[in-house]
Design a protein around this ligand. Structure first.
Ligand SMILES: NC(=O)c1ccc[n+]([C@@H]2O[C@H](COP(=O)([O-])OP(=O)(O)OC[C@H]3O[C@@H](n4cnc5c(N)ncnc54)[C@H](OP(=O)(O)O)[C@@H]3O)[C@@H](O)[C@H]2O)c1
Length: 298
C-alpha cells in the first residue's frame, strides 16, 4: 500500500518535525503547524487548523521536551503533553483523521536491564515521562485508528541534541588548547544506556509504518545500544577530534530530573511485521557525521 498520503505534522519546526516534513514530502502531500500558528493547548484553534487541512494522517510531534524544565513545571508538562495531545486526538476524531503520536523511552523506569518491548509496563520516573504516558492514554481512549511510536535519544540536524552539544564542547576544548588557555576534561555520563537514534531513520520507519496499515504501539530505535560516554568517544574518533574526556556517573553529573539508567528499546513489533527499517546506531551516526561534519565542526 504505497499510496501518497495527505499528512499534517504538529511541531513542524522542532528537531524531528523538520526532518519528517522534509523526508515525507518526497512521496506525500505534507503540511505542518508550529506553535507560531497555534498552541496545541488551544482546543478550538487545533480543530480549526485540522479542518482547514483535512489530512488523512496527523503526525503529532509537538511537545514540551526539556526533561528538566518539565520536572520544574509538571503542570505545564501535563497541559502540553497530555491535555495538548488530547486536543489533537479529539480534533482527529472530529475530522476522521488517523493519528500517529510520538512518545518516549522515558515512560520506563530503567530497571529492566534488557531492551524494552512494547508489552513492558511503563513506570515513568519524571514529570516528562508521566505527561507523555498520559498522552498515550488519551490517544488510546479516544481513537481506534492510532499509532503510538516510542523513540529515545534522538539527534538530527535541527534543534538541540546530544551529538551537536558534545561536538560543540569538544571543539571549544580544542580551541582553548590551541590558544594556550587552560582546559578541563569533558565529563560524560557512562551509566545511562540507550539507543542514539537519527531523525532520518525515524522518518523512514514512520513512513513504513504508515504504509503498513498496522495500528497500535511500536518501539522505534536504532539497533544496538551504548552509553553516553562510549558514544562520545565514537563521535570524537569518527571526527578525528582529540578531546580529553572522562566518564562520570549520573549522580556526579547532577541533572534536576532523574534519568532511567537503562532505556534501550527493542524494535520487536516492526521486526515481527517485517517492516523494521532501523540502522545500527554506529552506521547511522557515521552517516550523520559525514553529512554534517563541516557545520558541526565549523
Ligand atoms: N528528542 C528526543 O530525544 C526525544 C526522545 C523521546 C521522545 N521524543 C518525542 O519526540 C517528539 C519530537 O521531539 P523533538 O526532539 O523534535 O523535540 P523539539 O525539537 O523540542 O520539538 C518539539 C516542538 O514542539 C513545539 N511545541 C512545544 N509546545 C508547544 C505547544 N504548546 N503548541 C504547539 N507546539 C509546541 C516546540 O515549539 P517551540 O520550538 O516553539 O518550543 C517544538 O518545535 C516529542 O513528542 C518528544 O516527546 C523526543
Amino acid at each position: 500500500m504505497d499510496e501518497s498520503l495527505k499528512i499534517l505534522v504538529t511541531g513542524c519546526r522542532g528537531q524531528l518535525g523538520m526532518d519528517l516534513m522534509a523526508y515525507l514530502s518526497d512521496n506525500h502531500q505534507v503540511a505542518g503547524i508550529s506553535r507560531m500558528e497555534v498552541s496545541i493547548t488551544n482546543r478550538a484553534g487545533v480543530l480549526s487548523m485540522f479542518k482547514a487541512v483535512r489530512p488523512d494522517w496527523v503526525i503529532h510531534t509537538a511537545a514540551l521536551t526539556d526533561v528538566d524544565e518539565c520536572e520544574g513545571k509538571p503542570g505545564l508538562a501535563m497541559a502540553v503533553n497530555a491535555d495538548g495531545t488530547e486536543n489533537v486526538a479529539r480534533a482527529c476524531k472530529e475530522i476522521g483523521a488517523k493519528l500517529l503520536y510520538f512518545s518516549t523511552n522515558y515512560v520506563f523506569d530503567g530497571v529492566k536491564g534488557s531492551p524494552y518491548v512494547e508489552e513492558d509496563m511503563p513506570n515513568p520516573l519524571t514529570a516528562y515521562g508521566r505527561s507523555k504516558q498520559s498522552g498515550e492514554e488519551r490517544v488510546r481512549s479516544l481513537l481506534d485508528d492510532y499509532v503510538i511510536l516510542r523513540i529515545g535519544w534522538v539527534y538530527g540536524s535541527y534543534g538541540h541534541n546530544f551529538v551537536k552539544t558534545i561536538v560543540k564542547l569538544g571543539m571549544e576544548q580544542i580551541r582553548d588548547r590551541e590558544a594556550g588557555r587552560s582546559i578541563h576534561s569533558l565529563q560524560v555520563v557512562s551509566d545511562q544506556i540507550g539507543n542514539p537514534t537519527w531523525t532520518i531513520d525515524i522518518a523512514r520507519q514512520t513512513e513504513a509504518i504508515l504504509q503498513s496499515g498496522l495500528f497500535g504501539l511500536f518501539h522505534v530505535a536504532a539497533e544496538g545500544e551504548t552509553n553516553w560516554f562510549d558514544f562520545t568517544q565514537m563521535i570524537f574518533n569518527s571526527l578525528e577530534m582529540k578531546v580529553i574526556c572522562d566518564p562520570c556517573t549520573t549522580d556526579q553529573f547532577g541533572q534536576p530530573a532523574p534519568r532511567p539508567r537503562y532505556s534501550a528499546l527493542a524494535n520487536r513489533r516492526c521486526t515481527e511485521a517485517g517492516i523494521n527499517r532501523m540502522s545500527n546506531y554506529r552506521a547511522a551516526v557515521e552517516e550523520f557525521l559525514k553529512i554534517h561534519r563541516e557545520s558541526l565542526c565549523g
